[in-house]
Design a protein around this ligand. Structure first.
Ligand code: ADP
Length: 417
């Protein structure tokens, strides 16, 4: 009897571990799991399969224990008959630095490189490395693939990724713009290439979720993006400030007697929509604004303006030759009034008119979750399209594992100089 080909996708956060087991090649989801509060007394995990959802409390002190618990559950519930059913593991890795422009098979050298990049992803990399090492130990010989959040952005030209700081900070400390949400921007680019029937697409992709970034895609490749050395830069987000005058940090350290770490933490966790409106979930902010709360309305206006600012910048960087502006992620896919507000700001310059009926019909929570929201006589299409970062991780993992099976050699690692 043919063995079931199962693939495991793992996304380790600083204190969490999400996983999904798929059956390939159908990409059928067998089970989703989410381990939370790793290292805390009240750690717990949830499993979702079919219509069922289970929540279990268990002391899980580190990511290795989280991985062991995950494999135990997969076996006990017969999601896998044996651990050898798992034919490949895909890991979401935050930072590939300048080393990786594509997903790669994890060997000793790759793991060392991921370790050396911990300084650029100090919150995420320790958990991700523990996840990789535990699964390597528990599933010897099973291909493990790293899919980097930064990889897709490695095609940016130097004038777009350099900061005007002492050059030695770049050469010796790696200070430059890397960009994040790369798997999402890549997924949308590939979907748009199919939709438009050509490879050399020029796009402005607005990934607006709790974390948010806009990317400029020129001839199908990333040309610019809003996140920087870290995901703090660019747009206003749920709890992140986006770009600010960097002098604010020293000023607030002195004024409020705070450390650099405390101010950086506040810029990441207490700012953005939360900082202005006291709520980080866009639905709550919208509700408050509808009830007349001025700060909530201000937060929405600031978010809208920060998105318009980057659309305008990228419109000029593409010399006006834009095939489509695409909205994706939680807010982009669902917040119709924000989309309408953004289009209202750009419509005259970019010769776009909003198809109000389509805009009100297309949303993640409605029957139709993707399509054009601009009228057919618009010079630039405006689209709504759901993103699927996990599918990209699965696709790369499956492709690299298949390639390995056929060649029995490691696929060529693509590296930037
Ligand atoms: P992340 O993956 O970064 O956690 P998501 O892409 O899931 O974020 O987006 C979460 C955001 O999407 C939240 O701010 C949430 O309020 C917003 N969102 C989800 N559904 C809706 C909706 N129906 N209308 C407006 N905003 C929504």
């Amino acid at each position: 009897m043919a063995e079931a080909e199962k693939f495991l996708i793992v996304n380790a956060g600083s204190s969490s571990l999400k996983f999904t087991l798929y059956e390939m090649p159908e990409a059928k989801v067998i089970v989703n799991g989410y381990v939370e509060k790793i290292g805390k007394d009240d750690s717990f995990y949830t499993l979702k399969f079919g219509e069922e959802k289970q929540e279990k409390r268990k002391a899980i002190s580190n990511h290795s224990q989280a991985v062991a618990t995950m494999l135990d559950e997969l076996l006990e519930n017969n999601f896998i008959g044996d651990i050898t059913d798992i034919k490949g593991v895909g890991h979401r890795v935050l930072h590939g630095g300048e080393i990786y422009s594509t997903s790669v098979l994890i060997d000793d050298e790759v793991l060392e490189n991921i370790k050396s990049l911990t300084k650029l992803g100090p919150l995420h990399h320790p958990g991700e490395i523990a996840g990789i090492e535990s699964l390597q130990a528990l599933l010897p010989g099973v291909p493990q693939v790293a899919v980097f959040d930064t990889a897709f952005h490695q095609t940016m030209p130097k004038e777009n990724y350099m900061y005007a700081v002492p050059y030695s900070w770049y050469e010796e400390n790696g200070v430059r713009k890397y960009g994040f949400h790369g798997t999402s921007h890549k997924y949308i680019t590939e979907q748009m290439q199919k939709y438009l029937g050509k490879d050399d697409v020029n796009l402005i992709i607005c990934h607006i979720g709790s974390g948010a970034s806009v990317s400029c895609i020129k001839d199908g490749l990333c040309y610019n993006t809003t996140m920087g050395l870290t995901p703090l830069d660019g747009l206003i987000m749920g709890t992140r400030s986006g770009n600010i005058d960097s002098s604010i940090i020293e000023y607030i350290c002195k004024e409020r007697n705070m450390s650099v770490e405390e101010v950086t933490s506040a810029l990441n966790k207490q700012s953005g929509l939360l900082g202005i409106a006291n709520k980080n979930d866009f639905r709550d902010v919208e509700q408050l604004a509808n009830e007349g709360d001025e700060k909530a309305q201000l937060a929405i206006d600031m978010l809208k303006d920060s998105i318009v600012k980057y659309i305008a910048q990228y419109y000029f960087q593409l010399h006006g030759k834009v095939d489509a502006i695409v909205f994706t992620a939680g807010i982009g896919e669902n917040a119709m009034s924000l989309r309408a507000g953004i289009i209202n700001e750009i419509k005259d310059v970019m010769s776009i008119s909003l198809d109000e009926e389509a805009n009100d019909t297309i949303a993640g929570f409605k029957e139709q979750n993707s399509g054009e929201i601009s009228t057919s006589d618009s010079k630039i299409r405006v689209m709504v399209m759901p993103t699927n970062e996990e599918y990209m991780i699965l696709k790369d993992t499956y492709e690299i594992s298949e390639q390995l099976k056929q060649n029995q050699t490691a696929p060529q690692l693509k590296k930037i100089s």
